[in-house]
Design a protein around this ligand. Structure first.
Ligand SMILES: Nc1nc2c(c(=O)[nH]1)N[C@H]1C(S)=C(S)[C@@H](COP(=O)(O)OP(=O)(O)OC[C@H]3O[C@@H](n4cnc5c(=O)[nH]c(N)nc54)[C@H](O)[C@@H]3O)O[C@H]1N2
Ligand SMILES: Nc1nc2c(c(=O)[nH]1)N[C@H]1C(S)=C(S)[C@@H](COP(=O)(O)OP(=O)(O)OC[C@H]3O[C@@H](n4cnc5c(=O)[nH]c(N)nc54)[C@H](O)[C@@H]3O)O[C@H]1N2
Ligand code: SF4
Ligand SMILES: [Mo]
Length: 612
């Protein structure tokens, strides 16, 4: 039976057994220690979306004004001619740095993700600074611990306590949540929303959004009474007694004191720091402050954030001499001021997922940029492009998928041909290299040759991999280089952003889609979730239509009264398609960047709400 490997941007990186007789059927690989024989809710859509009649099958060339959706079909060969001509012309007139591959983790299989970079390194293009998801927290961890690679989640079973800090694992890391629930550990969830995870935890700390730093400082204040002092921060910590921090965080002193005592008593504990909570203006600093607290308790190895393995990424993606980086989060502003003339989009849907959509769309309309999109569906980004190439689904190519959570690499085997002229990322860039007249072997390397090279480098037995569908690989375990020197100064500059009369907009991850994927095939939750008390004060009822607005934009949607949402918060799930609903949450989100890695801060967005 062939194996698939889920290449979606997800902690769990599942191994899948795929049957292809009378249609495709998938199930979780029962021998995979993490996948453990079951798949998530989203996996229900994998086959449906692969065989959907909405899949793109032929290349499309724009035949009207940008964004109006008028296209004519063309052949793949003609499309590749157009792209290669455009690349040559752009390099001649402006230089290769005027070309930007705009890509992300829509497919994070190793070849699909890295192989196209060989091509862009060959031509010397600019690259993207991936700042949209977890990079602020990663950089913050590297700055204090020297690494963002934390513990192996299979060790969760040895913990006395597991803290999920600003993450909703019951939806976003379902197999990790299972590991935690199977352990005997006391489970904490720290989240302003009573999520499914919070409901399943032993303790839910429902703090106000953006108050994680005061919470940690007051824990340090309590710990100082028990002989755990914070020498670098003593003057700040003394200000955060639990009474004071209890008011700021909304938690009250007792909950903070109890949590501090559990951190002291229930060692070893693990803290899984979520990506969601660090997407705010002080997200990186919050992660750093939590890591600092862990060093004082001798638990600095016991965080979960990233995983890295001995994979040779320079072999996979090539090496670049000149790397002009364009920041992802505020792409509209970046494009406005620089000379990018050609954008090649693959593995991402930026006209859905990037904040401040109004600005981004305006800039793309105004500037003369040639946009190529490689995708499976006619996304918003595709609708605004000049040329669309149909992409393959993960059932249609061979690849390997690693994980940023656990220590297994999974094999993905091709089980069917792509429809029409749809083409995998690997094959597209081989053909494009040929069109450009590049004949260096690394640009034309076959996918199985790459797979063989990677498994040899990782010392994996190929027969075993073919038999099991996965292999265990070694986690990179860097020496910790602890550097607490800047933290005090950074914390002195910290303030809790707030705006009188405004709600804080949180745009969380939904249970149904993966990013924007599958949101075109089914209608998912597009409500504005508001606490019933807040709604009552504004005379708003369940289902009422509301206008939500700020300096970035305005949307109209319906309200869902939801007592799991804290006061002063509006929650709208990310990922719905503007081309279907006329809006998504990113028409409201801020593209301000954090200090750390110019990272995203969408969850620091403020909005006004009015009944329509
Ligand atoms: N079902 C599903 N799973 C996914 C994905 C998907 O699209 N769908 N995407 C994957 C990707 S790309 C990512 S990045 C991860 C994201 O995984 P998570 O980090 O779990 O995702 P979010 O829902 O964005 O954020 C988690 C929680 O942070 C809380 N939060 C917001 N602000 C604050 C705050 O100031 N403090 C604290 N303590 N909490 C706060 C929110 O209420 C939310 O419940 O999920 C991955 N898994
Ligand atoms: N408001 C708000 N916005 C957010 C977030 C938030 O918390 N709030 N979270 C952010 C986060 S954490 C993330 S990770 C991003 C995710 O944002 P994106 O990186 O844009 O991810 P997706 O929306 O899943 O889009 C991936 C696209 O890749 C396509 N694709 C899939 N497989 C392949 C393939 O093999 N080849 C090619 N060429 N294309 C393929 C899919 O069809 C899809 O259109 O969204 C961010 N946006
Ligand atoms: S999305 Fe995540 S949990 Fe679901 S099948 Fe893929 S890797 Fe597994
Ligand atoms: Mo993400």
């Amino acid at each position: 039976m062939p194996f698939s490997a889920c290449p979606k941007d997800c902690f769990d990186s599942c191994s899948i057994i795929t049957e292809n007789s009378n249609g495709i059927r998938i199930r979780g690989n029962p021998s995979h220690p993490i996948t453990s024989g079951f798949l998530c809710y989203k996996a229900k859509f994998f086959v449906d979306s692969a065989i959907s009649d909405k899949r793109l099958r032929r290349p499309l060339l724009r035949d009207g004004k940008r964004g109006e959706g008028e296209f004519i079909e063309t052949s793949l060969d003609r499309a590749l001619d157009i792209i290669s001509e455009k690349i040559r012309e752009t390099i001649k007139e402006c230089g290769a740095e005027c070309i930007l591959p705009l890509e992300y983790a829509g497919n994070r299989a190793l070849i699909s993700y890295y192989f196209p970079r060989r091509f862009f390194n060959r031509i010397g293009s600019s690259f993207l600074n991936h700042s949209l998801c977890d990079e602020a927290g990663s950089m913050a961890l590297r700055s204090i611990l020297g690494t963002s690679v934390g513990m192996d989640p299979e060790k969760l079973k040895e913990m006395k306590m597991i803290v999920y800090w600003g993450i909703n694992p019951a939806w976003t890391n379902v197999h990790g949540w299972r590991l935690a629930k199977l352990s005997k550990a006391k489970i904490y969830v720290i989240d302003p929303v009573r999520t499914e995870s919070a409901k399943g935890a032993d303790v839910h700390l429902d703090l106000k959004p953006g108050t994680d730093i005061p919470l940690v400082l007051s824990i340090l204040n309590v710990l100082s009474r028990y002989g755990i002092s914070s020498p670098e921060l003593s003057s700040i910590v003394s200000r955060y007694d639990p009474e004071y921090a209890g008011r700021i965080t909304g938690l009250g002193a007792k909950k903070i004191e109890d949590f501090a005592l559990d951190l002291l008593d229930k060692r070893p504990f693990a803290i899984h720091m979520g990506y969601g909570f660090q997407r705010n203006l002080y997200g990186g600093l919050s992660v750093k402050t939590i890591a600092y607290m862990m060093t004082l308790l001798g638990m600095e190895r016991n965080f979960i954030y990233d995983a890295k393995h001995g994979i040779d990424y320079e072999y996979l993606g090539g090496i670049s001499e000149n790397k002009r980086l364009i920041n992802q989060v505020n792409l509209g502003r970046e494009l406005e001021k620089n000379d990018i003339r050609m954008i090649f989009v693959y593995n991402t849907n930026p006209l859905n997922s990037l904040p401040n959509q109004n600005l981004l769309r305006d800039v793309i309309q105004k500037k003369d940029i040639f946009i190529v999109v490689h995708d499976l569906f006619l996304t918003d980004t595709a609708l605004f492009s000049d040329l669309i190439i149909p992409a393959a689904s993960f059932f249609e190519f061979n690849d390997l998928v690693d994980s940023y959570y656990h220590d297994y690499i999974n094999l993905n085997q091709k089980v069917m041909d792509p429809p029409g002229e749809a083409i995998s990322n690997h094959d597209l860039f081989v053909l494009l290299s040929k069109k450009m007249g590049f004949n260096e072997p690394y640009l034309l390397e076959d996918e199985w040759s790459i797979i063989d090279n990677i498994i040899n480098m990782l010392k994996i037995d190929k027969n075993d991999l073919l038999k099991k569908g996965f292999a265990r690989i070694e986690r990179v375990r860097n020496e910790l280089i602890i550097n607490k020197s800047n933290l005090k100064e950074e914390l002195e500059n910290f303030t809790i952003p707030s705006r009188y009369g405004y709600f804080r907009l949180i745009s969380s991850t939904s249970i149904y889609g993966v990013g924007s994927q599958f949101n075109n095939l089914y209608s998912f939750d597009t409500y504005a979730h508001i606490n019933p008390h807040d709604a009552m004060e504004m005379g708003i009822d369940d289902g009422d239509s509301v206008r939500i607005m700020n300096e970035y934009g305005m949307i109209i949607t319906n309200v869902k009264l939801d007592d799991s949402i804290g006061r002063g918060i509006v929650l709208i799930y990310r990922g719905s398609w503007p081309s279907i609903h006329g809006w998504n949450v990113n028409f409201l989100t801020t593209d301000s960047v954090q200090e750390y890695s110019m990272g995203a801060s969408m969850n620091s967005t403020f909005v006004k709400v009015e009944k329509v």
